[in-house]
Design a protein. Sequence first.
Length: 289
Amino acid sequence: MNKQKLLTIFFVSLGMMVWAQPKKAPPIFKKTSSGLEYKLFPHGGTVKPVPGDVVKAIIVYTNAKDSVIYDSRKSRPDNIFELLAPTFKGGLEEGMMMMSIGDSAVFRVSADSVFLKTFQKPLPPYLKKGSKLIFKVKLQAVQPKETIDHRTPEEIQKDNEKRKETEPKLIEEFITLNNITAAPTPSGLYYIEREVGKGNAVTSKSIVKIIYSCTTLDGTAIDTQSNPIEIDMSLGKITKGMEEGLLLMSEGTKATLIIPSVLAFGSRKINKIQPYTTLIYDLEVVEVK
């Protein structure tokens, strides 16, 4: 047998072997001790919700034949709700508590229990008694229950008015306590230069690299950037106080900015920053282009 025929037989045999390989089976359902059937697809997150947390999730559920009964992407695109304690053993809530932010999962749950105990409605006629619902879930965000604001709108408004009223006094006390002699600019910004820069001056068209730490007047840490971040001054995406302070600086300058809320976030609550909060930035301009 010549070499060409041997090669032909080899490749035909190889092709048959590859074709004959069984396809990879999809992941099978696992089962918890309570009877919840699940397939979990981790995304590497660590934050898991507990009852009382507010969660954001995409939820689609179907019958056992994959006919869609509900799709939050169509009914409630911004699907945010409080995660309750499981309404029965093996319930969807138990499954969601197994997930971390970014995870996806598929849960197989008793249709009778979901409707009677969770939805508190009779089983609809299009579902058979004893059948299963298939829930497909993607967990997008979690707000821990201890961070949820339970005040009424009236209480929030009253507290914010008090914060606005007392902010100037808190700034004055901070200036006195820390022996700060710098006068505020006409806008109310306090600019305290700690080291003079010798490089290019920052302009409204500059691209600057900065490092900083940010706290409130009482020392609460808000943010720290120890690796330089880049800011395009022409885009106007920073607060008025930060912009005004940077325009007083050059490459190599180190300064402290005391930024009243009117030059920061004003009446808005941004993450840990409460309305009418003065911010303090220890700032260094690393590079100016």
